[in-house]
Design a protein around this ligand. Sequence first.
Ligand code: ATP
Length: 353
Amino acid sequence: MQILVLPGDGIGPEITAATLDVLRAASDRFGLGLALEEDAVGHESLHRYGTTVRPDLLEKARSADGLILGPAATFDFKDPAHGEINPSMFFRKNLDLFANIRPARTYPGVAGHVGSFDLVVVRENTEGFYADRNMEQGNAELLVTPDVVISLRRITRMCCSRIAQAAFELAAHRRQHVTIVHKANVLKLGDGLFLEECRKVARRFPGITVDDFIVDAMMAHVVRAPQRFDVIVTTNMFGDILTDLTAELSGSLGLGGSLNAGNQYAMAQAAHGSAPDIAGRDVANPLSLILSAGLLLAWHGQRRQAKMFELAAAAIEQAAEAAVAAGEMTSDLGGRLGTRATGTALAARIRAA
Ligand code: ATP
């Protein structure tokens, strides 16, 4: 399996280095033959090539079997005309990675805020309120006068239907429960359409229990009793906000792994940002990207019917659970290890398994 690795900004290079340690160990242990090719995106790329993402990276990504993208300093990148492009948007849009799969679960040994739970948020990734990707050309935010901005949100039947399908397929392999999160009481057309398409897809999965919540009420429910949720399907921005909450409820944003998947390509990417406040200090939790890389191996294994990749993915998750339970974790989870040492400890567990 060939993986294109793009470490990115802030804590990106640190958590990527730890992730590569773990992947090399998994590759050796399970005979995966991983070929890991690194390249630059974000500030480093802007400095070297005058753009945060070179167009030829798209071809490289298409010819690889998967991508690992570290976080990018998206807040710094304001002017696409000057090469300041959001790398995350670039790959999600151009590779049509429409399903953002964001699991959140508690780990034994981590003092959680709300009791133990295990859920997955399935977030639409290619349209909604994301003005940098919801138009064929141009940007969906318009400066009407210096004091007036209009932001447009795009919702299509096709995108609603395919994200719902992804959620129900996932639920069919879990606890058979899908929760639809929307704001159809106010966004009657857009979220009305989302709800309608989700319910249409639900009819194809009669064994799966379906309920729905208005997004604001959902924030209260997920804090009060996250145990009641299995798979949650929602639109782009609601999913982005909800998953910072679910990751933090599980113990830390540093546990927020995620996979961006389409019909042909997939990209592992931590759910959090570049965390400039802790960059370069060897304190960032690498588990977010390590768990994301595990999801990528599982995706590849299912697609190619390559059992060893699925076993390797399971081994990464089990090693993470055992390491956390043994206190081999970073300070955000109450541990004492640095970023690199967390990766080394996990790699050793996988080699010894
Ligand atoms: P960006 O502008 O790139 O989104 P941010 O700091 O605004 O960066 P996040 O990177 O999501 O947003 O970080 C939010 C908070 O969570 C920060 O205080 C950060 O230090 C913390 N955090 C994020 N990721 C991790 C991690 N992997 N390990 C530990 N703490 C993290």
